[in-house]
Design a protein. Structure first.
Length: 589
């Protein structure tokens, strides 16, 4: 990395901090801190939904998959697109109509306090571990490729993430997500187009590729590929639409805006991945030994397939922009995770159990304290993972997440599909799911499936893909079946619980009225538009220092795309003002 790359990364950090300072003023209440007070426009909610669905792994581990197996990796991300389309058609509006602040409030209203507390206390460590793994994964890659100290990366990015989440909660998180989305898409679209032009177009890319088929390498049975595609897309869809992921739809003004947010996130997941993986596909045609170029990565050298093209074929300075994009892809899900955990702690632990009569000031203070505490814990966990030489503890944490993830998802997903199940169905399904996970993890042998294919042995990739499919089938059939069958034991509740469920069903069936909608501040679009315009102009100015046309053009295109997006964001304030005026008139004010 040269001084220009370092300057770009430093400038990016400063820019994000400035954006956080500007938007922290919007978080005036605990509801505003937790979910933006339900006053965010659909494009801000959609940007957050999109940015929280992937991390820097997209440009490392997923890029390695693209480098090795070609098109196969696209189905993982298109599963996200399918998930958001399903959300747009069914789940997003229903979650928004429940009129809650946090995902765990959905669990409480649907299954009662016992399930709420069980899911809450399992969700905390899972989210913290995920944040630490994202941070640690980014730091390991940055240290190996750019020779930036591992611990400096963890602490630096961790502090920035915590600052964003603490300063203004959901508002600063969502605002910085929009800016990071604009930056990431402008960079990756330009780099993808540059790589495609370099190789000579899509036809040349296909002709020069040595990957035998669209299924990729190391696979002999098309049936395995097909079932893997079906179930990996089903898994992503379930992950997008379960109650614990519904926070992204709670920030909008109404259910129509929630659907729009889901549509825009889905569309970006259709287009974005194609452009993201063109560079590693092009790198694969060059027949380079990446381990020679990146010896520090060892057996994981293919993770640098994306950056190899940047470092060797893109203009000076683009490397800094791409690293900024990778950091952005890590910051977005981490800040959202910290904000989500803070909301869950305040609403579902502090207000629900510790201090039911908490004032607004106390809730706001506790939101900031819990966010700060969670951020420090995440940084500490990432540093711990980085310092462990023997990876038994790290593997244990990964196993903990793998065992719990699907058992939590199944009842959370089916909560709004089968509404007539007893309260105990949630935690009981979780127990069944854990038993299924343990069986599949410690007892199941993929070779049991050999007779189905009349095969003597599976390749490594076939074994991995079939194991994933088998685990998903077992969870869907056994855990999902158990949850559905629990409806046979449903009895109408009595007393307070009956009233809670009646309100739950009423909200689920009742659209949000104009009187319930929060007034939307047009400054959202104005501030984000101006910030994006400034960012685009600065990147264009960087391009001016180059003498060669291609180098200059690259920065002008990236900056121009950001400037174009900024103009549209700034213009959106007019539409917001019009909607706000109509709402005020309809409310008789």
């Amino acid at each position: 990395m040269d001084s220009l790359d370092i300057s770009i990364i430093a400038g990016y950090f400063v820019f994000i901090i400035v954006a956080a300072f500007i938007f922290k003023r919007f978080a005036k209440t605990s509801s505003g801190f937790i979910r933006g007070g339900g006053a965010m426009m659909w494009w801000m909610a959609g940007a957050t939904a999109f940015m929280t669905q992937f991390s820097a792994w997209t440009f490392t581990g997923a890029a390695a998959k693209a480098y090795e197996d070609g098109l196969a990796v696209l189905f993982l991300f298109w599963g996200n697109a399918l998930g958001f389309f399903v959300a747009a058609m069914y789940f997003a509006s229903r979650y928004r109509k429940l009129r809650v602040d946090t995902a765990m409030e959905v669990i409480r209203k649907r299954f009662g306090k016992t399930s709420e507390q069980v899911f809450t206390w399992l969700q905390f460590p899972l989210t913290t571990i995920s944040a630490a793994i994202w941070l640690n994964g980014l730091a390991i890659f940055v240290a190996a490729v750019f020779h930036i100290d591992l611990y400096i990366t963890i602490i630096g990015v961790g502090i920035l993430v915590t600052f964003i989440a603490v300063s203004g909660g959901s508002w600063t998180v969502s605002a910085t997500n929009v800016i990071q989305l604009v930056l990431l898409m402008a960079i990756t679209l330009t780099v993808g187009a540059y790589a495609l032009i370099y190789i000579g177009g899509p036809v040349e890319l296909i002709e020069k590729s040595e990957i035998p088929s669209f299924m990729g390498t190391d696979i002999n049975y098309w049936q395995i590929f097909v079932v893997w595609v079906v179930f990996i897309m089903a898994k992503q869809t379930m992950g997008t639409n379960n109650a614990m992921s519904c926070y992204r739809f709670l920030v909008t003004v109404n259910e129509k805006e929630a659907r729009k947010a889901a549509w825009v996130a889905g569309l970006m997941f259709v287009i974005g991945p194609i452009m993201w993986f063109i560079p590693p596909w092009v790198t694969a045609t060059m027949h380079v030994d990446l381990q020679t170029f990146y010896p520090n990565l060892g057996a994981s050298a293919n993770n640098a397939a994306y950056l190899f093209f940047i470092q060797n074929y893109m203009p000076q300075g683009v490397l800094g922009l791409v690293l900024a994009a990778m950091i952005a892809a890590t910051i977005a899900p981490m800040t959202t995770a910290l904000n989500r955990n803070a909301g869950i702690f305040v609403r579902n632990v502090y207000q629900s159990v510790i201090n039911p009569e908490a004032t607004e000031t106390q809730q706001m203070r506790m939101s900031k304290i819990s966010t700060l505490f969670n951020g420090v814990i995440s940084i500490g966990a990432a540093l711990l993972f980085a310092s462990i030489k023997e990876y038994s503890f790290f593997d244990l944490m990964m196993l903990f997440g793998a065992l719990l993830q699907m058992p939590l998802v199944i009842p959370s997903l089916l909560a709004l599909v089968f509404v007539k199940t007893p309260d105990w169905s949630a935690w009981a399904t979780l127990v069944v799911g854990l038993l299924v996970s343990c069986f599949m993890q410690f007892v199941f042998d993929v070779n049991w499936l050999l007779p189905l294919f009349s095969a003597d042995a599976f390749t490594h990739r076939e074994s991995v893909d079939l194991t994933v499919v088998a685990m998903l089938v077992a969870q869907i059939v056994i855990s999902g079946g158990f949850f559905a069958l629990s409806s046979l034991f449903y009895k109408e509740p009595q007393g307070v619980r009956k009233q809670e469920l009646q309100l739950f069903y009423h909200n689920l069936a009742t659209p949000i009225s104009a009187q319930e909608e929060a007034l939307v501040d047009g400054k959202q679009g104005a501030y984000l538009g101006r910030l994006s315009q400034v960012l685009g102009a600065l990147i264009i100015l960087v391009g001016v220092i180059f003498e060669t046309g291609y180098d200059m053009l690259t920065f002008i295109v990236i900056g121009g795309l950001i400037l174009w997006a900024g103009n549209h964001l700034y213009k959106s304030r007019l539409a917001i003002r019009q909607v706000t005026e109509e709402t005020i008139i309809s409310n008789g004010q």
